[in-house]
Unconditional design. Sequence first.
Lengths: 359, 57
Amino acid sequence: MVSLGVNRPYVVVLLIPTGIGASIGGYAGDAIPIARSLAAVVDCLITHPNVLNGAQLYGSASNILYVEGYGLDQFASGMWGLRPVHQNRVGLLLDQGIEPELRIRHLQAADAVRATLGVSMTDYALTDTPLDVGLHLSSSGAAWGTIANPDSLLRGAEKLIRDGGAEAIAVVSRFPDEPNSPSLQAYRHGQGVDHLAGAEAVISHLVVRTFHIPCAHAPALQPLPLDLDLAPRSAAEELGYTFLPSVLVGLNRAPQFITQSPLRPVDTIDGLWANQVDAVVVPDSACGGSAVLNFSHSATRLITVTENQTQMAVFPNQLQLPALRLNSYLEVIGAIAAHRAGVNVETLVSNLSSIKPIP
Amino acid sequence: MTTHFITAEITMQESVADLHQEISATLSNYGQPLRWAVTSIDAQQQTLALEAVVTTD
């Protein structure tokens, strides 16, 4: 998939940052159709849990690489590479703050994913204290979060790696139930920001930054009361007791990072690096993240999508980023298919002008 | 270790590479960056709003 041949592989990164209220991909796995469609016209699609996780639903394909956001930022910077794998042994870390019955629901979900999909898992671990997640909405409208006991998170992850032999970490932490909050009501109705998302990213970023292995997070929450006006984009999170299955499926084949890890030897196997990425696709208003800024001073094409609106207000022209700004993901898929075929998208119109002498 | 949410204002730079360096320098004043984003740009003042979560030991 990533080896060089006569035609080098066409590699695309699809970014829809979590917790910024993206109108497409800001809800419950609602960017999966975009990822699956893009994957059909490229050799390799690199994207992240917010795009591929739909609670108990998921989208996977053999040419989609599931890369956590901190690792994706490091990859974009050229500091880390990606090494595709056939399978990881996934360690499950449960927050001690999860009530016993809800904990059992998550263990049963893990067993179900093992039994039906053949995911490889180590035994599980509990954090030695409740993680105590805090949720925040910033003045920009983005969701951010903090955890009171990050050291407990890291001790639990280290135990899974060191004693359990885990090659990837799935974290489930107890998030505050706020069934009547206006932000949750808006989210359930397909509006506003996923207020859990920022804290989820902080948890997985901490594990990846510390141990350099794949990680993803699922929140533990009590089931919500029935809502007759539930938006389709949010509906995947209301199918049951847990959001864990999509995380386990993603981590099962998540690429390993090529870097020096505190717990593992230097990995020298060739893999995929940022300079092999042909295009990065991002919402038009969300060009202020680390990965986009890194890719923007490389040969990678920046493609932005104006239809996918977010709470951010950082557009490519404001930063003088050379971008192909398209209206929809349908246009992106067409533009990428054309570029991969060696066709200039500017020739796909009726009013093609003649070439002129250089002044 | 503790996690902190912070906001900062930075000055627009001539190149994206310089901007990236300015962001890194700003964040390092608060701790070790975990996740950050430029969230808006004031074109008149030539400033950018930065939001981040950092960790400190």
